[in-house]
Design a protein around this ligand. Structure first.
Ligand code: HGY
Ligand code: MN
Ligand code: MN
Length: 407
Protein backbone atom coordinates (compact mmCIF):
# COMPACT_ATOMS: atom_id res chain seq x y z
CA UNK A 1 0.00 0.00 0.00
CA UNK A 2 1.34 3.43 -0.93
CA UNK A 3 0.80 6.27 1.53
CA UNK A 4 1.57 9.79 0.42
CA UNK A 5 2.53 12.22 3.18
CA UNK A 6 0.58 15.09 1.59
CA UNK A 7 -2.55 12.95 1.23
CA UNK A 8 -2.23 11.90 4.86
CA UNK A 9 -2.00 15.52 6.02
CA UNK A 10 -5.01 16.37 3.85
CA UNK A 11 -6.99 13.63 5.58
CA UNK A 12 -6.66 15.48 8.90
CA UNK A 13 -6.83 19.02 7.53
CA UNK A 14 -10.28 19.70 8.98
CA UNK A 15 -9.64 18.20 12.42
CA UNK A 16 -9.21 20.73 15.21
CA UNK A 17 -9.43 23.91 13.17
CA UNK A 18 -9.72 26.90 15.50
CA UNK A 19 -12.34 29.36 14.21
CA UNK A 20 -11.27 32.07 16.66
CA UNK A 21 -7.46 31.93 16.65
CA UNK A 22 -7.06 30.50 13.16
CA UNK A 23 -4.95 27.41 12.48
CA UNK A 24 -5.40 24.40 14.75
CA UNK A 25 -6.00 23.90 18.45
CA UNK A 26 -5.48 20.21 19.08
CA UNK A 27 -4.91 19.87 22.79
CA UNK A 28 -4.13 16.54 24.37
CA UNK A 29 -7.14 14.34 25.23
CA UNK A 30 -9.59 16.96 23.92
CA UNK A 31 -11.95 15.93 21.09
CA UNK A 32 -9.76 17.05 18.16
CA UNK A 33 -6.64 15.36 19.48
CA UNK A 34 -8.64 12.22 20.29
CA UNK A 35 -9.86 12.22 16.70
CA UNK A 36 -6.26 12.45 15.48
CA UNK A 37 -5.33 9.56 17.74
CA UNK A 38 -8.09 7.46 16.15
CA UNK A 39 -6.89 8.51 12.69
CA UNK A 40 -3.36 7.40 13.53
CA UNK A 41 -4.57 4.08 14.94
CA UNK A 42 -6.84 3.45 11.95
CA UNK A 43 -4.19 4.35 9.37
CA UNK A 44 -1.55 2.25 11.11
CA UNK A 45 -3.84 -0.74 11.40
CA UNK A 46 -4.74 -0.35 7.71
CA UNK A 47 -1.03 -0.57 6.95
CA UNK A 48 -0.82 -3.85 8.84
CA UNK A 49 0.97 -2.38 11.88
CA UNK A 50 0.22 -3.53 15.40
CA UNK A 51 -1.10 -0.58 17.37
CA UNK A 52 -0.57 -0.17 21.09
CA UNK A 53 -1.23 2.72 23.46
CA UNK A 54 1.31 2.69 26.27
CA UNK A 55 0.49 3.43 29.89
CA UNK A 56 1.72 7.04 29.47
CA UNK A 57 -0.67 7.89 26.66
CA UNK A 58 1.83 7.54 23.80
CA UNK A 59 0.62 5.54 20.79
CA UNK A 60 2.93 3.06 19.05
CA UNK A 61 2.44 1.38 15.67
CA UNK A 62 4.78 -1.60 15.40
CA UNK A 63 6.22 -3.14 12.26
CA UNK A 64 7.62 -6.24 13.89
CA UNK A 65 8.07 -6.69 17.63
CA UNK A 66 11.07 -7.20 19.87
CA UNK A 67 14.17 -5.46 21.15
CA UNK A 68 16.55 -3.26 19.19
CA UNK A 69 13.66 -1.39 17.57
CA UNK A 70 14.13 1.78 15.55
CA UNK A 71 11.51 4.33 16.62
CA UNK A 72 10.34 7.15 14.40
CA UNK A 73 7.43 9.55 14.83
CA UNK A 74 6.46 12.81 16.51
CA UNK A 75 3.28 14.24 18.08
CA UNK A 76 -0.28 15.09 17.08
CA UNK A 77 -1.14 17.90 19.54
CA UNK A 78 -0.65 21.59 18.75
CA UNK A 79 -0.15 24.94 20.40
CA UNK A 80 -3.28 27.13 20.57
CA UNK A 81 -3.84 28.32 17.00
CA UNK A 82 -0.88 26.35 15.65
CA UNK A 83 0.07 25.24 12.17
CA UNK A 84 -0.67 22.05 10.25
CA UNK A 85 2.87 20.66 10.24
CA UNK A 86 4.37 20.93 13.75
CA UNK A 87 3.97 17.33 14.93
CA UNK A 88 1.65 15.75 12.33
CA UNK A 89 4.27 16.11 9.57
CA UNK A 90 6.56 13.76 11.52
CA UNK A 91 3.80 11.22 12.15
CA UNK A 92 2.53 11.33 8.54
CA UNK A 93 6.08 11.12 7.15
CA UNK A 94 6.71 8.08 9.34
CA UNK A 95 3.59 6.33 8.04
CA UNK A 96 4.61 7.17 4.46
CA UNK A 97 8.16 5.90 5.05
CA UNK A 98 7.05 2.57 6.48
CA UNK A 99 4.46 2.15 3.70
CA UNK A 100 7.13 2.85 1.05
CA UNK A 101 9.49 0.24 2.49
CA UNK A 102 6.71 -2.33 2.77
CA UNK A 103 5.64 -1.59 -0.80
CA UNK A 104 9.09 -2.36 -2.17
CA UNK A 105 9.28 -5.57 -0.17
CA UNK A 106 12.06 -4.37 2.11
CA UNK A 107 12.54 -6.67 5.08
CA UNK A 108 13.90 -4.76 8.10
CA UNK A 109 16.44 -6.62 10.18
CA UNK A 110 15.01 -4.92 13.27
CA UNK A 111 11.53 -3.88 14.37
CA UNK A 112 10.38 -0.41 13.36
CA UNK A 113 7.89 1.46 15.51
CA UNK A 114 6.07 4.73 14.91
CA UNK A 115 5.36 6.83 17.99
CA UNK A 116 2.81 9.57 18.51
CA UNK A 117 3.75 11.20 21.80
CA UNK A 118 1.16 12.87 24.04
CA UNK A 119 1.11 16.55 25.11
CA UNK A 120 4.32 17.57 23.34
CA UNK A 121 3.42 21.26 23.40
CA UNK A 122 2.25 21.54 26.99
CA UNK A 123 -0.67 23.59 25.67
CA UNK A 124 -3.20 22.02 28.00
CA UNK A 125 -1.15 21.11 31.09
CA UNK A 126 1.61 23.72 30.91
CA UNK A 127 4.63 21.42 30.64
CA UNK A 128 5.92 20.25 27.26
CA UNK A 129 6.79 16.68 26.23
CA UNK A 130 4.74 15.03 28.98
CA UNK A 131 4.44 11.69 27.13
CA UNK A 132 8.19 11.31 26.64
CA UNK A 133 9.02 12.74 30.08
CA UNK A 134 6.70 10.22 31.73
CA UNK A 135 8.09 7.35 29.68
CA UNK A 136 11.71 8.19 30.52
CA UNK A 137 10.96 9.16 34.11
CA UNK A 138 12.22 12.69 33.49
CA UNK A 139 9.14 13.82 35.42
CA UNK A 140 7.57 11.91 38.33
CA UNK A 141 4.18 10.37 37.56
CA UNK A 142 2.61 12.02 40.62
CA UNK A 143 3.70 15.47 39.42
CA UNK A 144 2.14 14.94 36.00
CA UNK A 145 -1.03 13.32 37.35
CA UNK A 146 -1.69 16.41 39.50
CA UNK A 147 -1.20 19.00 36.75
CA UNK A 148 -4.39 20.89 35.93
CA UNK A 149 -5.69 22.56 32.79
CA UNK A 150 -7.39 25.97 32.74
CA UNK A 151 -10.71 24.38 33.72
CA UNK A 152 -9.19 22.62 36.73
CA UNK A 153 -9.23 19.15 35.14
CA UNK A 154 -6.23 17.11 36.28
CA UNK A 155 -3.99 15.16 33.90
CA UNK A 156 -5.08 12.03 35.78
CA UNK A 157 -8.70 12.80 34.93
CA UNK A 158 -8.02 13.90 31.36
CA UNK A 159 -6.04 10.82 30.31
CA UNK A 160 -9.07 8.61 31.04
CA UNK A 161 -10.56 10.05 27.83
CA UNK A 162 -8.19 7.81 25.86
CA UNK A 163 -8.53 4.90 28.23
CA UNK A 164 -5.28 5.59 30.10
CA UNK A 165 -5.31 4.44 33.72
CA UNK A 166 -3.49 7.14 35.72
CA UNK A 167 -2.23 4.46 38.12
CA UNK A 168 0.02 3.20 35.31
CA UNK A 169 1.77 6.50 34.58
CA UNK A 170 5.54 6.50 35.02
CA UNK A 171 8.91 5.35 33.74
CA UNK A 172 8.53 2.51 31.22
CA UNK A 173 11.73 0.47 31.62
CA UNK A 174 10.61 -2.32 29.33
CA UNK A 175 9.83 0.01 26.45
CA UNK A 176 12.99 2.05 26.88
CA UNK A 177 15.05 -1.15 26.84
CA UNK A 178 13.37 -2.22 23.59
CA UNK A 179 14.36 0.93 21.67
CA UNK A 180 17.73 1.14 19.91
CA UNK A 181 17.31 4.64 18.49
CA UNK A 182 14.74 7.36 17.83
CA UNK A 183 14.54 9.61 14.78
CA UNK A 184 11.98 12.45 14.75
CA UNK A 185 11.22 14.24 11.51
CA UNK A 186 9.87 17.77 12.07
CA UNK A 187 9.05 20.82 10.04
CA UNK A 188 11.89 23.28 10.56
CA UNK A 189 10.88 26.08 12.93
CA UNK A 190 13.31 28.58 11.54
CA UNK A 191 14.68 29.85 8.27
CA UNK A 192 17.89 27.78 8.14
CA UNK A 193 16.98 25.51 5.23
CA UNK A 194 15.35 28.28 3.22
CA UNK A 195 18.56 30.30 3.57
CA UNK A 196 20.62 27.29 2.47
CA UNK A 197 18.21 26.50 -0.37
CA UNK A 198 17.99 22.87 0.75
CA UNK A 199 14.90 20.76 1.52
CA UNK A 200 16.13 18.58 4.39
CA UNK A 201 18.60 18.85 7.27
CA UNK A 202 19.84 16.78 10.18
CA UNK A 203 19.64 18.40 13.64
CA UNK A 204 22.69 19.07 15.77
CA UNK A 205 21.31 20.53 19.01
CA UNK A 206 18.41 22.11 20.89
CA UNK A 207 18.74 25.25 23.00
CA UNK A 208 18.36 24.93 26.77
CA UNK A 209 14.86 26.09 27.62
CA UNK A 210 12.44 26.50 30.49
CA UNK A 211 9.11 27.92 31.55
CA UNK A 212 8.49 30.03 34.63
CA UNK A 213 5.14 31.18 36.06
CA UNK A 214 5.26 34.77 37.28
CA UNK A 215 2.45 35.85 39.62
CA UNK A 216 2.21 39.61 40.08
CA UNK A 217 -0.17 40.53 42.93
CA UNK A 218 -1.49 44.02 43.66
CA UNK A 219 -4.81 45.50 44.65
CA UNK A 220 -8.00 45.08 42.66
CA UNK A 221 -9.95 48.33 42.44
CA UNK A 222 -12.14 50.63 40.37
CA UNK A 223 -10.73 51.93 37.05
CA UNK A 224 -12.51 55.26 37.38
CA UNK A 225 -12.57 55.95 41.09
CA UNK A 226 -8.98 55.03 41.97
CA UNK A 227 -6.45 57.87 41.58
CA UNK A 228 -3.38 56.92 39.61
CA UNK A 229 -1.07 57.56 42.55
CA UNK A 230 -3.10 55.26 44.79
CA UNK A 231 -2.92 52.22 42.55
CA UNK A 232 -1.10 48.94 42.95
CA UNK A 233 -1.69 47.66 39.45
CA UNK A 234 -0.08 44.26 38.69
CA UNK A 235 -0.75 44.64 34.95
CA UNK A 236 1.45 47.74 34.87
CA UNK A 237 4.14 45.85 36.81
CA UNK A 238 3.91 42.89 34.44
CA UNK A 239 4.05 45.11 31.35
CA UNK A 240 7.39 46.53 32.47
CA UNK A 241 8.64 42.97 32.99
CA UNK A 242 7.61 42.03 29.44
CA UNK A 243 9.60 44.94 28.06
CA UNK A 244 12.57 44.08 30.28
CA UNK A 245 12.56 40.48 29.01
CA UNK A 246 12.51 41.74 25.44
CA UNK A 247 15.32 44.23 26.06
CA UNK A 248 17.55 41.85 28.02
CA UNK A 249 17.24 38.88 25.65
CA UNK A 250 17.73 41.14 22.61
CA UNK A 251 20.98 42.42 24.09
CA UNK A 252 22.31 38.83 24.28
CA UNK A 253 20.80 37.41 21.06
CA UNK A 254 23.68 37.84 18.63
CA UNK A 255 26.65 35.51 18.35
CA UNK A 256 24.99 33.62 21.22
CA UNK A 257 21.33 32.60 21.16
CA UNK A 258 19.14 34.21 23.81
CA UNK A 259 15.35 34.13 23.69
CA UNK A 260 12.75 35.36 26.18
CA UNK A 261 9.01 35.44 25.59
CA UNK A 262 5.86 36.15 27.55
CA UNK A 263 3.16 34.82 25.24
CA UNK A 264 0.51 33.87 27.76
CA UNK A 265 -0.92 35.94 30.57
CA UNK A 266 -4.12 36.06 32.58
CA UNK A 267 -5.26 39.18 34.42
CA UNK A 268 -7.56 38.40 37.33
CA UNK A 269 -10.44 39.15 37.36
CA UNK A 270 -10.03 40.57 33.84
CA UNK A 271 -12.53 43.42 33.40
CA UNK A 272 -12.18 46.51 31.22
CA UNK A 273 -13.14 48.81 34.10
CA UNK A 274 -11.31 46.83 36.75
CA UNK A 275 -7.74 47.28 38.01
CA UNK A 276 -6.63 43.67 38.27
CA UNK A 277 -5.71 42.20 41.63
CA UNK A 278 -3.33 39.69 40.06
CA UNK A 279 -1.74 38.71 36.77
CA UNK A 280 -0.36 35.28 35.96
CA UNK A 281 2.26 35.44 33.22
CA UNK A 282 4.36 32.64 31.77
CA UNK A 283 7.96 33.38 30.82
CA UNK A 284 9.76 31.15 28.27
CA UNK A 285 13.56 31.58 28.31
CA UNK A 286 16.08 29.81 26.07
CA UNK A 287 19.84 29.95 25.59
CA UNK A 288 22.87 28.08 24.28
CA UNK A 289 23.99 26.67 27.59
CA UNK A 290 22.53 26.18 31.05
CA UNK A 291 24.69 28.95 32.61
CA UNK A 292 23.76 31.39 29.83
CA UNK A 293 20.05 30.54 30.14
CA UNK A 294 20.13 30.83 33.94
CA UNK A 295 21.99 34.14 33.74
CA UNK A 296 19.43 35.50 31.30
CA UNK A 297 16.61 34.37 33.56
CA UNK A 298 18.18 35.98 36.62
CA UNK A 299 18.57 39.29 34.82
CA UNK A 300 14.94 39.23 33.67
CA UNK A 301 13.67 38.26 37.12
CA UNK A 302 15.72 41.03 38.74
CA UNK A 303 14.06 43.56 36.44
CA UNK A 304 10.65 41.95 37.08
CA UNK A 305 11.04 42.18 40.87
CA UNK A 306 12.12 45.82 40.53
CA UNK A 307 9.07 46.52 38.40
CA UNK A 308 6.76 44.80 40.91
CA UNK A 309 8.22 46.89 43.71
CA UNK A 310 7.92 50.12 41.76
CA UNK A 311 4.20 49.45 41.32
CA UNK A 312 3.58 48.42 44.95
CA UNK A 313 3.03 44.80 43.95
CA UNK A 314 4.57 41.48 44.88
CA UNK A 315 6.03 38.89 42.53
CA UNK A 316 6.16 35.14 43.05
CA UNK A 317 8.11 32.96 40.59
CA UNK A 318 7.68 29.21 40.07
CA UNK A 319 9.86 27.15 37.72
CA UNK A 320 7.45 24.89 35.87
CA UNK A 321 9.91 23.09 33.61
CA UNK A 322 13.51 23.13 32.44
CA UNK A 323 15.43 21.12 29.84
CA UNK A 324 19.21 21.46 29.45
CA UNK A 325 20.90 21.93 26.09
CA UNK A 326 20.62 18.79 23.96
CA UNK A 327 23.43 17.68 21.63
CA UNK A 328 22.20 14.88 19.40
CA UNK A 329 24.30 11.73 19.06
CA UNK A 330 27.23 12.75 16.80
CA UNK A 331 27.70 9.28 15.23
CA UNK A 332 24.05 8.94 14.35
CA UNK A 333 24.08 12.50 12.96
CA UNK A 334 26.99 11.65 10.69
CA UNK A 335 25.43 8.39 9.54
CA UNK A 336 22.25 10.23 8.59
CA UNK A 337 24.13 13.00 6.82
CA UNK A 338 26.06 10.38 4.86
CA UNK A 339 22.98 8.34 3.95
CA UNK A 340 21.25 11.50 2.72
CA UNK A 341 24.09 12.61 0.51
CA UNK A 342 25.59 15.30 2.70
CA UNK A 343 22.54 17.30 3.80
CA UNK A 344 23.10 20.35 6.05
CA UNK A 345 23.26 20.10 9.83
CA UNK A 346 21.25 22.69 11.76
CA UNK A 347 20.68 23.63 15.39
CA UNK A 348 17.20 24.52 16.64
CA UNK A 349 15.63 26.68 19.32
CA UNK A 350 12.52 24.49 19.54
CA UNK A 351 12.02 21.68 22.04
CA UNK A 352 11.04 18.16 20.95
CA UNK A 353 10.37 14.68 22.36
CA UNK A 354 13.61 13.73 20.61
CA UNK A 355 15.36 16.07 23.05
CA UNK A 356 13.95 14.08 25.98
CA UNK A 357 14.77 10.67 24.50
CA UNK A 358 18.31 11.85 23.66
CA UNK A 359 19.22 11.49 27.34
CA UNK A 360 18.51 7.74 27.11
CA UNK A 361 19.11 6.38 23.59
CA UNK A 362 20.87 7.50 20.39
CA UNK A 363 18.51 10.07 18.93
CA UNK A 364 18.43 12.19 15.80
CA UNK A 365 16.14 14.61 14.00
CA UNK A 366 15.41 15.47 10.40
CA UNK A 367 14.04 18.88 9.45
CA UNK A 368 11.87 19.55 6.42
CA UNK A 369 12.23 23.04 4.93
CA UNK A 370 9.85 25.75 6.12
CA UNK A 371 9.98 28.50 3.46
CA UNK A 372 9.12 31.35 5.83
CA UNK A 373 10.50 29.92 9.05
CA UNK A 374 7.19 30.74 10.79
CA UNK A 375 5.93 28.16 13.29
CA UNK A 376 3.54 28.03 16.26
CA UNK A 377 1.26 30.06 14.00
CA UNK A 378 -1.51 29.35 11.47
CA UNK A 379 0.97 30.62 8.85
CA UNK A 380 3.43 27.76 9.36
CA UNK A 381 3.97 26.10 5.99
CA UNK A 382 5.96 23.60 3.91
CA UNK A 383 5.55 22.80 0.23
CA UNK A 384 4.03 19.49 -0.84
CA UNK A 385 7.22 18.72 -2.72
CA UNK A 386 9.41 19.30 0.33
CA UNK A 387 7.10 17.18 2.50
CA UNK A 388 7.58 14.33 0.04
CA UNK A 389 11.36 14.85 -0.07
CA UNK A 390 11.38 14.78 3.73
CA UNK A 391 9.35 11.55 3.86
CA UNK A 392 11.73 9.96 1.35
CA UNK A 393 14.70 11.04 3.46
CA UNK A 394 13.10 9.40 6.47
CA UNK A 395 12.53 6.26 4.38
CA UNK A 396 16.27 6.12 3.64
CA UNK A 397 17.10 6.66 7.29
CA UNK A 398 14.84 3.78 8.35
CA UNK A 399 16.39 1.61 5.65
CA UNK A 400 19.88 2.49 6.90
CA UNK A 401 19.12 1.86 10.55
CA UNK A 402 17.25 -1.40 9.99
CA UNK A 403 19.64 -2.92 7.48
CA UNK A 404 21.93 -4.17 10.21
CA UNK A 405 20.58 -6.90 12.47
CA UNK A 406 20.56 -6.15 16.20
CA UNK A 407 23.55 -7.44 18.09
O1 HGY B 1 8.04 24.87 22.77
C1 HGY B 1 8.73 24.24 21.98
O2 HGY B 1 9.88 24.54 21.70
C2 HGY B 1 8.19 23.06 21.25
O3 HGY B 1 7.75 23.41 20.00
N1 HGY B 1 7.31 22.28 21.98
MN1 MN C 1 5.72 23.05 18.62
MN1 MN D 1 6.65 19.85 17.47
Amino acid sequence: MTLDVVTLLNEIAEIGRDPVRGGYSRHVYEPAELELREWFRRTSTGLGLEVETDRNGNIWAHWGRGDGAIAIGSHLDSVPGGGAYDGPLGVASSLAAVAALMEEGFVPARPVTIAAFGEEEGSRFGIACLGSKLMTGALPAATVAALTDDAGVTYAEACLADGIDPAGLGRDDERMASLAAFVELHVEQGIGLADLDAPVAVASSILAHGRWKLVFSGEGNHAGATRMRDRRDPVAAMAAAVLAAQRIASAHDGADSARATIGRLTPIPGGTNVIASRVDAWLDVRGDTDPQTRALLEEILKASHASAEEHGCTLEVVEESYVSTVHFDPDLQQRLVGALGGVPVLATGAGHDAGILAAEIPTAMLFTRNPTGVSHSPYETATDEDCRVGARALTEVVRLLTSEPRK
